[in-house]
Design a protein around this ligand. Structure first.
Ligand code: SF4
Ligand code: SF4
Length: 491
């Protein structure tokens, strides 16, 4: 029998006839339906995708395991005495691979935020939903942690569907209880690790074990996050991608004819046929539905580009497997672009994504430069007190201020402040010199006393020089407030 004359035989068993519509385990929604996860009567259809361990599945699995390992390892690995990634809310500091950031580093935070946004734009417009299918935690944890646990407890997709259809009995209760208990344990572990990013395992572990009453907040957060995790990965699942996630909607705006996407080659595949003996005019698609049953969002990719497609390439692996069994070339479903689908050549670089790339390089370059040129310390001065200024009996004008010193180095700094000009300004500090321990922030109060004659239109400029024993030196200008000519202020 020639390859073209053979029908696809699932799992190598005896050839099967096409199932009647009512027997199909995975009926495809009618064309006019917007969501594949909805049945015609509006009820939710649970997806039980069939795993095909093909080329893309292996890549995704490796990336997925790496990301899961990173998530659990980062709070455990120590860099510079702190977890590699540590959002220390108590001390209002963020530790990233040995570098310490403070909330006052607005420029660094701004550069980082802008870099992330333009990176999303660049990746989305160039590679489509590759992020969703290969790197997003929703896909990674669902496909490579929760679904494997489910398959281990309940069996493959057919058994899962069978169990769901069964009336409740002792066996079903037992199996479901084991599955949900395992989900809850994994959820608790993930939630505790998530909280450790904010508390560190060093504090959280002993705290939970020995002083649980003092860690009520952490216990509540862990329970709440674990419940969300179990709800999402145990029940909500594909609906997170198709209904809730805004990235999918953003992707529609970012895509153009050259954006990478998963698509079915209609020219080669149609007309599809299930006939045992294929007609010479038949297309390559044998209408076996393997691509549909493999899809985690239930998409039939043969209907063209769809917003529910999250780029997992599970249909690619499924169809390639079918094609290999039939002895035909793979790639009936593949990564391509809309332009290629229409017979053109995909342009990897076009004005839109080039502009995103340039912006991305500038943004990350700026971020890197800001990091590389970070000083050992930062000092800020802001207005203090409840009134803009106070008139003193001597006729001078007093302005309250607050100096905040941030020591970003591993050594203690001793800061001093002096007035450069005008010389007539006297500065009284609540503490001098200001000693700031390594990686700490200290705020002190100060009062500047200024002769009234120095104010022009209610303002006087003063320049301070801040130095430290570790070579820090910064000149700062500050605007003092006072009376307009002849007018008085707060007495
Ligand atoms: S259609 Fe294919 S690529 Fe898209 S979500 Fe379904 S399996 Fe993944
Ligand atoms: S596209 Fe491939 S996997 Fe999908 S029905 Fe056709 S032959 Fe089967």
């Amino acid at each position: 029998m020639s390859a073209e004359a053979r029908a696809y035989v699932p799992n190598g068993s005896a050839p099967v006839a096409a199932p009647a519509a009512q027997d199909r385990i995975f009926d495809v929604a009618p064309e006019e339906e917007l969501l594949y996860s909805l049945s015609a009567d509006g009820k939710r259809k649970f997806m039980h995708p069939v795993v095909h361990k093909g080329h893309f599945w292996r890549i995704r699995r490796n990336i997925g395991y790496l990301l899961v390992a990173l998530f659990f390892a980062l709070p455990l690995i120590k860099v510079g005495g702190y977890p590699a990634v540590f959002f220390d809310f108590e001390s209002r500091r963020t530790h990233l691979f040995g570098a310490v950031f403070h909330p006052t580093e607005n420029l660094v935070l701004l550069a980082f935020g802008f870099s992330v946004v333009v990176t999303v734009f660049f990746v989305g417009s160039t590679f489509g939903r590759v992020w969703c299918g290969f790197g997003c935690p929703q896909t990674v944890y669902l496909e490579f942690l929760f679904r494997p646990i489910e398959a281990w407890v309940e069996g493959g997709p057919a058994k899962q569907r069978g169990l769901n259809r069964e009336p409740w009995n002792a066996r079903k209760v037992r199996i479901k209880a084991v599955k949900w208990t395992l989900f809850a344990l994994v959820g608790l572990l993930m939630a505790a690790n998530f909280v450790a990013y904010f508390t560190s395992w060093e504090a959280l572990g002993p705290g939970l074990l020995h002083q649980p009453l003092e860690w009520k907040g952490a216990i509540f957060t862990i329970s709440f996050v674990a419940a969300l995790i179990v709800f999402d990965f145990g029940w909500f699942r594909d609906q997170m991608c198709t209904i809730a996630c805004p990235y999918g909607r953003l992707q529609n705006v970012l895509s153009d004819k050259d954006t990478l996407l998963v698509a079915y080659d209609t020219t080669r595949g149609e007309p599809r046929t299930r006939s045992r003996v294929l007609l010479p005019t038949a297309g390559a698609c044998v209408d076996c539905n393997a691509c549909v049953t493999a899809c985690p969002t239930g998409v039939d990719i043969r209907r063209g580009l769809q917003v529910e497609c999250i780029g997992t390439a599970q249909c690619v692996d499924a169809c390639d497997e079918v094609m290999r069994k039939l002895g035909r070339p793979t790639g009936l479903i593949k990564f391509t672009s809309e332009r290629e689908q229409q017979g053109g050549i995909r342009h990897l670089w076009r004005p839109r994504n080039l502009a995103y790339l340039v912006l991305m390089l500038i943004a990350w370059g700026t971020f890197a430069a800001l990091i590389a040129t970070r000083a050992d310390a930062m000092v800020e001065v802001v207005r203090g007190g409840r009134e803009p200024y106070r008139m003193l009996n001597s006729g001078d004008v007093a302005n309250q201020q607050r100096f905040r010193f941030t020591n970003q180095s591993q050594e203690p700094h001793r800061f001093t402040i002096e007035v450069i000009e005008p010389r007539d300004v006297s500065l009284v500090l609540s503490e001098s010199p200001v000693v700031v321990a390594a990686e700490k922030v200290v705020t002190i109060n100060a009062v500047a006393t200024v002769p009234r004659r120095l104010f022009v239109n209610g303002q006087a400029h003063v320049r301070y020089l801040v130095t430290s024993d570790h070579g820090f030196r910064r000149e700062m200008e500050f605007l003092l407030l006072g009376p307009f000519n002849g007018s008085g202020g707060a007495q």
